[in-house]
Design a protein around this ligand. Structure first.
Ligand code: HEC
Ligand code: HEC
Length: 242
């Protein structure tokens, strides 16, 4: 084999292995041997071609919690990741990927993605927290209590009304109660950020760097207070414009 052929077989490595020796160089080929999309089972490839455009190559970009945040991955767990990847988030830009929901991925591929995210970006031995908060809440929210809780837990960084502040270091934090910002975020997306924080940008997780972590009820109330300032139709950035 020439080095050129060797290089080519290396590039086609995966399909070459899967297809066995019938594909050996020198034999007449029926056509280009590439994986059919549903045969792709490599996490990096699946993530790159389906998710990176919106969530960033390293899972740390976009209008959602960073998927590579290990606190997020511990709280959500593989079942939640599978469920959201399969069915999407209704009313948001997050598409449904499972074939059964009109998407392009097989259930096996969705599993590779969910497992791959936890393996690539999760904490290998889990989080060292006494107990993890629930990903989803089943509690009833109270908007008035939420406003008080926002003042207690969030206003030091986000301003009393959530419209932003300047930190001691002089960094500006923008509004998190702007209706068009909130229109792009589901309640769960807000909850996920409160649960897991934005470590790259200096926002703490639910433990809030304090002795008393936020409770499920407190988080639920704050989310309700923020969501109460959203425009009437989530997913429509400018619902009131003609
Ligand atoms: C077109 C853009 C887009 C693509 C492509 C996309 N996402 Fe999303 N994703 C979003 C948005 C926007 C949200 C936040 C939705 C909301 O408001 O709850 C989100 C949310 C999520 C969440 C839930 C976050 C939370 O708060 O719990 C998961 C998990 C997720 N995406 C995984 C994936 C995976 C895996 C892929 C690839 C198979 C993918 N996404 C592809 C836009 C996208
Ligand atoms: C110690 C400071 C601090 C505290 C306390 C804090 N945050 Fe943040 N938060 C930040 C920073 C910094 C950012 C990133 C802002 C930026 O990049 O513009 C942020 C971002 C956010 C975002 C996402 C904004 C975006 O641009 O995507 C939300 C939502 C949010 N915070 C909600 C809250 C809520 C609700 C609380 C209280 C439960 C809270 N935060 C407490 C510092 C804090």
């Amino acid at each position: 084999m020439t080095s050129k052929v060797l290089g080519l077989s290396a590039m086609l490595g995966l399909s070459f292995v899967l297809l066995g020796c019938d594909d050996a160089p020198g034999r007449p080929r029926p056509g280009p041997q590439v994986l059919r999309p549903e045969q792709e089972l490599d996490f990096a490839m699946l993530y790159q071609s389906n998710c990176a455009g919106c969530h960033g190559a390293q899972g740390n970009h976009g209008a959602a919690i960073a998927l590579s945040n290990p606190v997020y991955l511990a709280i959500a767990g593989e079942d939640v990741l599978k469920d959201i990847t399969s069915h999407g988030v209704h009313g948001s830009l997050m598409p449904a990927f499972a074939r059964s929901s009109g998407g392009t991925l097989t259930d096996q591929q969705v599993e590779v993605l969910a497992h791959g995210m936890v393996k690539a970006w999760g904490q290998p031995n889990g989080l060292s927290a006494p107990s993890l908060p629930a990903y989803k809440t089943i509690l009833s929210p109270d908007t008035t209590r939420g406003q008080q809780q926002f003042a207690a837990s969030c206003s030091s960084c986000h301003g009393a009304d959530g419209t932003g502040t300047q930190t001691a270091k002089g960094d500006k934090i923008g509004s998190i109660v702007d209706p068009s910002y909130l229109a792009l975020m589901s309640d769960q997306a807000i909850r996920s950020i409160i649960l897991a924080g934005l470590p790259d940008r200096g926002m703490p997780d639910w433990r809030s760097d304090s002795a008393t972590p936020m409770t499920d009820q407190q988080i639920t109330d704050v989310v309700a207070w923020m969501a109460s300032q959203r425009g009437p139709s989530a997913g429509q950035p400018y619902p009131s414009h003609p």
